[in-house]
Design a protein around this ligand. Sequence first.
Ligand SMILES: Cc1ncc(C[n+]2csc(CCOP(=O)(O)OP(=O)(O)O)c2C)c(N)n1
Length: 277
Amino acid sequence: MFRKAKHIRTKYLEQNMWPSIFCQACGIGTVLNCSLRAIDKVGMDIDRTVFVSGIGCSSRLPGYIDADGLHTTHGRALSFATGVKLANPELDVVVFTGDGDLAGIGGNHFIHAARRNVDMTVICINNYNYGMTGAQASPTTPVNGITMTSPYGNIESPFDLSALAIGAGASYVAKWATAFPHETIMAVKKGLEKKGFSFIEVLAPCPIGFGRKNQLKQGKDYLWWYKKNTLGKTKYDRLSEEEKAACDKIIVGELQNIEKPEFCASWFDLVDRQYVK
Ligand SMILES: Cc1ncc(C[n+]2csc(CCOP(=O)(O)OP(=O)(O)O)c2C)c(N)n1
């Protein structure tokens, strides 16, 4: 176990970046750990992989990986990632983003990237708030969630990011939480292997920003909360219609896995048909 951890650390991490900027019990490190283990399982060439992010705590992740990365502007990670992939489709593109980056300022880019089905793997660290800027409400803050900008409780309905990705046409969609590291690794692995737009949403603790205002002061409080408030998709599918209607759990698991034309392939096919005699 320790040998494996050491292997991941020395093989993929940028050694000069430690200690990290992340707060105690923040879930972003767990997502990095799971993502690198998935990359290792797939056997990807890290020198042919580009890690792209926007702005936020979660968007700092490419800086911790010893590989090429783009730390771009807030909400624009998917636009840059699309550019990278189209400029050189032989590169693997992995995006790290937060709920604010992806679905707040970047919301329009999110739905259109999913619709276009550009081959990339998007890992969204959903901590229910704008962590980096002082814990304001984000598009995923639950109703009644207390944040800096909703001190009396959030009155807005949150986005279900995975449902949004499915509705917009993503090829692969999975949702997990940091309480399920093995499942998260396997979901990222499948996303990396999938040709098309893959979206993996990982619910992750933000004890200092969101948690301390919402009875989730410690990392372990979050882990219990995730275990208590989630239900696996396979179990959910076995419920009766009445039970499904009454179910108030967050459904986790593989939520979408479909085949549809990938954008780069369609693009090169078009170019061939139009210009190559
Ligand atoms: C155009 C623009 N608007 C606002 C900001 C300020 N800003 C920086 S990070 C951030 C929120 C990031 O939230 P999220 O993506 O959820 O990441 P987290 O920090 O929670 O991981 C905001 C609003 C900015 N940098 N640029």
